[in-house]
Each structure stands twice: as C-alpha cells, then as structure tokens.
Design a protein around this ligand. Structure first.
Ligand code: ZN
Length: 111
C-alpha cells in the first residue's frame, strides 16, 4: 500500500478577531479604561460600555470576573469603590471636583 507523503494540513484561514474578542484580550492583559479600549479598537466609548456589559455577563457564567479599578478623584483622592458602573462619575461627592481619574477594567479568573 503506497503511502503518499502526507501533506501538511491546510492552514486554517485566520479569522479576524471580533471586536469583542479584541476587547477581552486587552482586558486579560492589563487594566484598561474605556478610553484606552476605545482607542485600541476604534469604537466610541459609548459602544465600549455596551460591550463591557455583555462581557461582564458572559464571563460571570464562566467563573471569571470583570474587575473594576475604581475611579479616583484627582483633587482629593476620593475613590469611588462602591461604584460598579462603567461610566466615569461626573464629579466628586467630597470636594465636587470634576477631574476624575477614569475607572479601569480587567478580567481575571476567580479560580
Ligand atoms: Zn474629590
């Protein structure tokens, strides 16, 4: 039985990663703000928040968590630790300063 030289299997066509996959990959590498993500994938921040909601939901089912590094007031250092929303708060409840460091997000498995 003649065996033919096995050809290497065809290289699968590389699917371009979807935007959400790109976002997930970035979140797994480091903590990033919505602005960082917006620049990285070329989407307006509004849509980034939308994707983050979906990512948070789908990762909860996989025992992974989307962590939020809280926004911080640049003026007095107040940290918005209780805030679980993605949007940057408008102003600081302590000093009413409007210079707020954006919250950052990252993905970590809780295992
Ligand atoms: Zn403040």
């Amino acid at each position: 039985m003649a065996t033919r030289q096995a050809k290497s299997p065809p290289v699968p066509v590389e699917q371009p990663a979807t935007l959400r996959q790109q976002i997930v990959a970035l979140l797994q590498q480091q903590a990033v703000s919505a602005k960082d993500l917006s620049m990285a994938v070329g989407l307006p921040e509004k849509q980034i928040y939308h994707h983050l909601e979906h990512i948070r939901r789908s990762f909860q089912q996989q025992r992974k968590q989307l962590h939020i590094e809280p926004a911080v007031c640049k003026k007095c250092g107040f940290s918005f630790t209780k805030r679980q929303r993605f949007h940057k708060p408008g102003k600081c409840p302590i000093c009413r300063g409007q210079a707020i460091e954006e919250p950052r997000f990252f993905l970590a498995s809780s295992v």
